[in-house]
Design a protein around this ligand. Structure first.
Ligand SMILES: [Mn+2]
Length: 356
């Protein structure tokens, strides 16, 4: 935590701020260690305070080492503004991608005589983008649980069961194996529904011959995993196999380019060009990948707009897809650490086409 606080002080210095208020769940946990839902971190050049209410003061005292714990009553904004003034913060950075306009105005009104408040803007993305060893361990473990669940679910899937049954079984299995939560609402899309990149599980039954996309992940110690496999329930048609192999080729080639020093959009282009050359350019309408950590979608982006240079210990997904309305879709996704010597793939589940 001490390192993280030192780093946040560096980051805000770049926008000439001498303090920050943060309360998005991810930054709250990242900066203070707090795992509850309500709290406000206020960090100045010398001090660090944690403002929370009666429900969480005991928990915060245990979890937020090095923080002054301040119990707030109502109105909360008085306790925040008093702390900001006590810490003598002159230029306060805030999470403009999270704070509501209502809250911003209330706070500004209270501190306008002493403190200017300034948005973090793109600096917000730098806060959690490079993972430390503890974070990498947690993400690895979350990926491992998802892999275990994949081999389990292959024995469970058969024609006649519903997409929702699969989602529930994955959740149950992963929670039994250490997951605390789903990292997002699972996408379990079968048959014609598999052409919807974000088709969440429904009551639709699995049919023989269906393409079946499973996109899911879990949370371990606060950290997310994210993986996708597409299988065929029954024997694959030539067309299904053809589409699958194009996506697989794009995924494998893109992987070879995930390393420090490369722009996100350069990696995206590798996969996109392969899919376009095969004639399916219009059927791959989303970015190749995204960062994963305390949040399921974070920086850096591997997309045509990905202007960030990949650095060691960033964690990204690699997930090309082809989606054809009326026919179905294929996506293959792994979680990757940008390693010193090249990409480290966290998922071990097979990627060759599985016909159940
Ligand atoms: Mn993903």
């Amino acid at each position: 935590m001490t390192k993280r606080i030192a780093r946040i002080r560096e980051i805000i210095k770049n926008i000439n701020a001498d303090g920050i208020i943060a309360y998005s769940p991810e930054n709250l946990r990242y900066l203070s260690g707090f795992t509850g839902s309500t709290g406000y971190v206020i960090i100045s050049e010398k001090e660090a305070g944690f403002v929370t209410d009666f429900r969480y003061t005991e928990q915060a005292s245990e979890q937020c080492k090095g923080f002054e714990i301040i119990k707030n009553e109502s109105p909360l904004v008085d306790y925040l503004s008093n702390t900001i003034k006590k810490y003598k913060i002159k230029r306060l950075a805030f999470e403009d991608n999270f704070m509501t306009v209502e809250f911003y105005e209330k706070l500004r009104e209270k501190i306008k005589d002493t403190t200017e408040i300034i948005p973090l803007k793109e600096k917000a993305e730098e806060i959690r983008i490079i993972k430390d060893d503890d974070e990498l361990e947690n993400i690895k473990k979350a990926a491992e649980i998802a892999d275990l669940a994949f081999s389990h679910i292959l024995n469970y899937i058969k024609p006649g069961i519903k997409e929702k049954d699969i989602a529930l079984e994955l959740e149950y299995f992963m929670k039994k194996h250490g997951s605390s939560n789903n990292s997002f609402e699972f996408i379990i899309a079968s048959g014609h529904r598999s052409s919807m990149p974000h088709g969440v599980a429904t009551d639709k039954k699995i049919n023989n011959g269906d393409l079946l996309t499973l996109d899911y992940g879990c949370v371990y110690n606060g950290y997310c995993s994210d993986m996708t496999r597409t299988i065929v329930v029954g024997k694959a048609t030539d067309e299904q196999r053809k589409i699958y192999n194009i996506v697989l080729k794009a995924q494998k080639e893109a992987l070879l380019h995930i390393r420090a020093g490369v722009l996100g959009k350069e990696v995206d282009k590798i996969a996109r060009d392969i899919i376009a050359e095969a004639g399916y350019g219009d059927n791959f309408g989303h970015g190749l990948g995204h960062g994963v950590g305390l949040a399921i979608h974070e920086e850096p982006r591997l997309s045509p707009a990905g202007n960030r240079i990949l650095e060691e210990n960033m964690v990204v997904t690699n997930e090309p897809g082809i989606y054809i309305p009326g026919f179905g879709g294929v996506r293959i996704e792994d979680l990757i650490v940008v390693g010193k010597e090249g990409p480290i793939v966290l998922n071990r589940s097979p990627k060759e086409l599985i016909e159940l």
